[in-house]
Design a protein around this ligand. Structure first.
Ligand SMILES: [Cu+2]
Length: 733
């Protein structure tokens, strides 16, 4: 009895124009849009919008049914609530009471639909694709979404029948409909409207985009925060094999992340993930692999971001040091990622006393002398993840400011992709690694001894005349006149100690004679050997087979710094400096070295970078807290050109010790974005692997995460607002 005849009308544009002209109706892709004679709102769309609609609308046959509508409505014609429908009723069996044509309701002053959830209505204003089809809505996976019909028609006693195929088989009635979906994608939402007599009025149509929303972690509901923390903790609770048995192949354990990040970073000749063009894409892809693991555990979860510039700007405004972060942020508390005890261990939270993985074989990461997967140069015997907050051998690295508005503005204001590639590791977030990781060990005492011995010189002021004497050619002087040597020491040396120590190991890149591996660590140390007796040092300096001058460029890699130090430091001071740096034992917190992924904080600081990259690529995002930044035209990709840069690659003859040309894998556009052991979210893998060769390159990854594509990545950021940057002078440092 409900048998229906489906018929699809299709006309070309010319016919369509004829139709419009002759009868005042528009026909789009087999669907007729009434210009007049419709009881409410009608299909007046601009021709531009219509073209988009033609491309988008799926054809739905015009249903002809042979029964009247009135009987079907029964008592469920209430328009004021989401009352349930009669069991015999379904969207497809409802009929139009007119002459078998679909009437589209497009006048939004009369009727519009809005989606909201516990976070309110999503701010679609940053993403232009929401305008492709009028009224397009966002829905989040696994969250109850309330669709609401509003508009002036509400005074009519209409009846609404909702349908969202692919998301739910359930159909709804009323002015409000609560529904929940799971699989990211684009879906067609239709609402058929009938009047109180059961006569067909028309049909509202729009698109629902189902994507995850990444939120600033402090804005999460308690339930979402707990769900995220619970899912993330599982990554620390299982190894990859047992985790995959429970959660499937998209799960990866933290041991594997640590091992793979370590393998990619710790070759003496090449750091594939850092200090080259691949940093940005490698780290965004790592984060996506972490997201894959999160979703394997709990598909409702997405990785949030920590906008640390909220704290960074407050610290700048109040004239405080980076360690003030602890006083103003909840991040290092039991609620989130754990406070830190006097042993530099995580004291509470789900990450309390996180363990460091041990190297099992050469494929499971690179080890230090104690066998832990840490950097070669970091001889920390601790079996726990270490956070040595805000300290480098007794000096707070005050010049490594927690990034504030001006620094992230600089990232947003770059002229091209090369600028993003270069600034995101440093101004974007670098200080977070330094401040959370920290440096200590024997260097703390060595530094104290050095500064005590040379206190008079370090605290001595110098005059403008002195500088002119030292710099007869009038080079710019940035160290001031009040104790400039101490400033140089604290800023250029201690603030970069982690970097310097690593450079002593990769000494072929900095030593004047290109000798490699000058920093030497014991092959193995038993766990009961204290770190002081198992330390790395530059043996050749102790033995007198190399000189402080040979190592000096490893301490200060910029020539201008080398010159300014040499100008006002005596040779005796410089020799003493290089000696203490190269011979005192050094321990590093995880965040500052190649096992950084072991600390949950690693995973919270990179999403803020991705948000900046997206802000840069979205044409509708044009300012940071009211200050406009430079936009590039991404439409033709002309300003998105891969900067091919690697600190480690060598030209033929450039290096005395390694005279052959050498390329550091990982920094080129066509190099793999991740090692094979780390899966991307599977839909992103499909999206990115455009040549279908099973691998995703740096460039393919960057192209795939273009946030302008509705059919692209399955997540958005909640907003691109920086309220804490309103009215901030972006040049202030
Ligand atoms: Cu990082």
């Amino acid at each position: 009895m409900y048998g229906a005849i489906h018929k699809t009308l299709s006309v070309d544009e010319e016919q369509s124009a004829t139709l419009i002209n002759s009868v005042g109706n528009e026909q789009v892709g087999g669907r007729i849009l009434y210009d007049s004679n419709a009881p409410i709102g009608y299909g007046t769309r601009s021709s531009e919008k219509r073209r988009m609609l033609i491309g988008f609308f799926i054809f739905i046959g015009i249903t002809l049914v042979c029964i009247g509508a009135i009987d079907l409505f029964g008592s469920s014609s209430s328009t004021s609530s989401s009352s349930s429908s009669s069991s015999s009723l379904s969207y497809d069996t409802l009929v139009r009471a007119d002459n078998n044509e679909t009437i589209y309701i497009t006048d939004t002053s009369l009727m519009y639909i809005e989606a909201s959830n516990e976070y309110g209505v999503f701010d679609k204003s940053y993403y232009s694709y929401f305008d492709d089809v009028q009224g397009t809505q966002l829905m989040e996976p696994y969250k109850d979404t309330t669709f609401t019909i509003s508009g002036s028609h509400l005074e009519n006693d209409y009846y609404y029948f909702w349908k969202l195929p692919g998301v739910t088989k359930e159909e709804g009635t009323g002015t409000e409909w609560v529904v929940s979906g799971q699989k990211p994608g684009n879906y067609d939402l239709t609402v058929k409207v009938y009047d109180s007599t059961g006569a067909y009025v028309g049909e509202y149509y729009t698109v629902v985009v189902l994507k995850y929303v990444k939120r600033e972690l402090r804005t999460l509901t308690v339930a979402d925060r707990e769900a995220f923390l619970d899912a993330a903790a599982e990554i620390w609770n299982y190894d990859t094999t047992s985790g995959r048995e429970i959660y499937g192949s998209q799960f990866t354990s933290i041991q594997t992340f640590v091992a793979e990040h370590s393998l990619a970073s710790n070759d003496i000749r090449c750091d594939s993930f850092h200090e080259g063009s691949g940093f940005l894409t490698h780290h965004l892809a790592l984060q996506n692999s972490f997201e894959a693991a999160l979703r394997a555990v709990d598909p409702s979860v997405t990785l949030p971001y920590w906008d640390f510039t909220i704290e960074g700007q407050q610290i700048l405004d109040e004239g405080q040091n980076p360690s003030y972060l602890l006083e103003i942020s909840d991040v290092f508390t039991d609620t989130w990622f754990g406070s830190v005890d006097d042993d530099d261990h995580i004291a509470d939270s789900r990450w309390a006393h996180s363990q460091m993985p041990v190297q099992e074989d050469s494929s499971s990461g690179t080890k230090n002398s104690y066998g832990y997967i840490r950097s070669y140069w970091n001889n920390n015997p601790d079996d726990e993840v270490a956070r040595h907050l805000f300290d480098a051998c007794g000096v707070e690295p005050v010049h490594k400011a927690i990034p504030y508005c001006g620094l992230h503005y600089d990232v947003l204001n770059v002229a091209n992709l090369a600028g993003l590639q270069l600034l995101t590791p440093s101004d974007g977030h670098g200080p977070m690694h330094v401040q959370i990781g920290g440096v200590w060990g024997g260097c703390t005492e060595a530094y104290a001894n050095f500064t005590a011995k040379w206190a008079d010189e370090l605290d001595a002021s110098i005059t403008v005349d002195d500088i002119n004497d030292y710099y007869p050619d009038g080079k710019s002087w940035k160290w001031g006149y009040d104790a400039p040597r101490r400033l140089q020491l604290e800023k250029a040396v201690m603030g970069e100690y982690f970097h310097i120590y690593r450079s002593f190991w990769r000494s072929h890149m900095c030593a004047i004679d290109n000798t490699p591996a000058l920093l030497v660590c014991p092959d193995e140390c038993d766990l009961d050997v204290p770190f002081e007796d198992c330390s790395c040092q530059v043996d050749e300096l102790v033995e007198g087979t190399t000189t402080w001058e040979n190592l000096f460029p490893c301490v200060l890699n910029s020539e201008s710094n080398q010159e300014s130090f040499k100008a006002i430091w005596s040779d005796e001071m410089l020799e003493d400096l290089v000696y203490f740096l190269a011979t005192s034992s050094v321990l590093e917190g995880e965040m500052i070295e190649s096992a950084s992924t072991a600390d949950i904080m690693f995973w919270l600081i990179h999403p803020a970078i991705e948000r900046l990259v997206f802000a840069k690529r979205l044409p509708l995002v044009t300012d940071m807290g009211g200050t406009e930044f430079y936009k590039w035209d991404i439409v033709d990709g002309s300003n998105e050109t891969w900067l091919s840069y690697s600190y480690y690659s060598l030209e033929e003859g450039e290096n005395l010790y390694y005279p052959d040309a050498y390329t550091c894998e990982g920094h080129a556009a066509d190099d793999n974005v991740l090692p094979a052991a780390l899966p991307l979210v599977s839909s992103l893998k499909v999206l990115a692997d455009t040549d279908n060769n099973g691998k995703v390159t740096n460039w393919e990854y960057f192209v795939a995460i273009n946030p302008n594509n509705m059919d692209g990545i399955d997540y958005v950021f909640d907003n691109y607002k920086w309220d804490h940057c309103d009215g901030v002078d972006m040049d202030r440092r």
